[in-house]
Design a binder for this molecule. Structure first.
Ligand SMILES: Nc1ncnc2c1ncn2[C@@H]1O[C@H](COP(=O)(O)OP(=O)(O)O)[C@@H](O)[C@H]1O
Ligand SMILES: [Mg+2]
Length: 283
């Protein structure tokens, strides 16, 4: 009979969640910051890990860039411990960031090294969010390899949808779960930078079009919004801007991730109300 501690040792507490896309500039880092913050806001101990070696964007969007002393690569190389490298968020108790290295070469991340760090994080965190770099090469592969769940960030354009489709193929075949014959990575679609007006004009694909092509569960639709740029310039994840449409859409997505069944919002062209037409309103 295996002992209880042995059994508990086999159960990893954490969910490893990759935010991926194939294409760059679609909103992965914005999404990683928003979803990670949303999970922490709801009481889940969460770490967001920046896999984008060389770029290091996540710490800027999270507003902790001045507090980066050690990074992911330092931990892999044994130059720092995880405790030294984890940056605790100043706003939220349950939120941490592991920054990417800005200077090292792209080969600094190894599968063995990443696996060790993820396993160690899994012991203390409920959610490990892996912010993937663009492309389908090594960095993106390592970001998704250990995942249990994937958020596939897609813009409503043909090129983005095509890249996401390729990424779905990789998630199904080139992951730890696939190699070990476990249940496949649970894939969810997050449509970002959605602009209903441009969809109506036929300049962008509609939600149904993208859902039909990719045929995965829709986690959310995030509108194209000025609030995103404003938030990232201030180092505040947009989900903390509760007045903004994008912040609210991310908040719904986090609730859906946690099992709530909410209707999708912000899908239609906004018709300004009488007062808004008179005085103008915020986006
Ligand atoms: N919903 C949105 N509305 C407007 N701009 C957005 C939105 N999501 C992302 N962006 C902008 O798109 C750019 C790329 O976003 P980012 O999250 O860095 O993408 P990625 O990590 O996929 O490269 C940034 O300038 C960001 O502010
Ligand atoms: Mg990014």
């Amino acid at each position: 009979m295996p002992t209880l501690p042995y059994i508990l040792g086999l159960i990893t507490l954490a969910k490893i969640l990759v935010v991926t896309s194939g294409k760059g500039g679609v909103g992965k880092t914005t999404t990683s910051a928003a979803i990670g913050t949303g999970l922490a806001l709801r009481g889940h101990k969460t770490v967001i890990v920046d896999f984008d070696v060389g770029l290091r964007n996540l710490d800027l969007i999270m507003g902790c860039e001045r507090r980066v002393v050690y990074d992911f690569v330092n931990v892999i190389n044994g130059e720092a411990t995880l405790t030294q490298a984890l940056i605790k968020d100043k706003r939220l108790e349950n939120l941490y960031v592991l920054a990417a290295s800005q200077t090292r070469d792209k080969d600094a991340l190894t599968q063995e090294g990443v696996g060790k760090v993820i396993d160690e994080l899994s012991k203390t965190f409920e959610y490990v969010i892996c912010d993937s770099p663009a492309g389908i090469e090594k960095g993106a592969h390592l970001a998704m390899y250990f995942a249990d769940e994937a958020i596939v960030v897609t813009n409503p354009e043909v090129s983005s949808v095509r890249d996401s489709d390729r990424m779905l193929g990789l998630l199904a075949s080139k992951s730890r779960r696939a190699e070990q014959g476990l249940d496949p990575i649970k894939e969810r679609l997050l449509l970002t930078r959605y602009n209903p007006e441009r969809v109506t004009k036929g300049e962008m694909l509609g939600v149904e079009d993208v859902e039909e092509i990719l045929a995965i569960n829709l986690l959310g639709v995030i509108p194209e919004s000025q609030a995103v740029l404003k938030a990232s310039n201030q180092g505040v994840p947009v989900i903390l801007d509760e007045q903004s449409d994008a912040g609210q859409a991310y908040s719904d997505a986090v609730d859906r991730l946690l099992g709530k069944d909410l209707a999708h919002r912000f899908l239609d062209v906004k018709k300004p109300g009488f007062l808004q037409r008179l005085f103008g309103g915020r986006e």
